[in-house]
Design a protein around this ligand. Structure first.
Ligand code: AMP
Ligand code: ZN
Length: 136
């Protein structure tokens, strides 16, 4: 995919701090880490987001996420790990090449997570449940 920054990283056309690579995925350090060691798991082939990424590829990405999570805990002393994927601009996606963030967390680091949560209103939860199941 032309002009995709992560495709260019995969091809070695722009530099990155690679930490893991296999046949299907590449892992490198995020240039603007939430905490040091924040890593990005990307498929070597271009897919824009979770909807377009084949299930087998997503499974490969998650395998790598597990490997990296364990290394971030053992080698960087992370107290916890967030594994997240942003899909579409509304969810914060800015690079449209599918990727999983693996973010080391330190106790009390203050990184905000899911502001504005609220309980369901009367009947709302069942309605939402039915809608989602209808689309599976
Ligand atoms: P997202 O908001 O999920 O699309 O995240 C894209 C991530 O890519 C951000 O956290 C950026 O800091 C990171 N990023 C952008 N350009 C580069 C780059 N050249 N090397 C490493 N990470 C990058
Ligand atoms: Zn790409």
């Amino acid at each position: 995919m032309e002009n995709c920054i992560f495709c260019k990283i995969v091809k070695g056309e722009i530099p990155s701090n690679k930490i893991y690579e296999d046949e299907n995925v590449l892992v490198f350090l995020d240039i603007a880490p939430v905490n040091l060691g924040h890593s990005l798991i990307v498929p070597k082939k271009h897919f824009a987001n979770i909807y377009e990424t084949p299930e087998e590829t997503l499974a490969e990405m998650m395998k790598a996420a597990k490997k990296i999570s364990k290394a971030l805990k053992s080698e960087l002393g992370a107290d916890g790990i967030n594994v997240t994927m942003n899909n579409d601009p509304a969810a914060g996606q800015i690079i449209f090449h599918s990727h999983i963030h693996v973010i080391p967390r330190l106790s009390g680091d203050g990184f905000p997570l899911w502001h504005g949560r609220r309980p369901y209103q009367e009947g709302e939860m069942n309605e939402v449940e039915k809608k989602i199941i209808g689309g599976l």
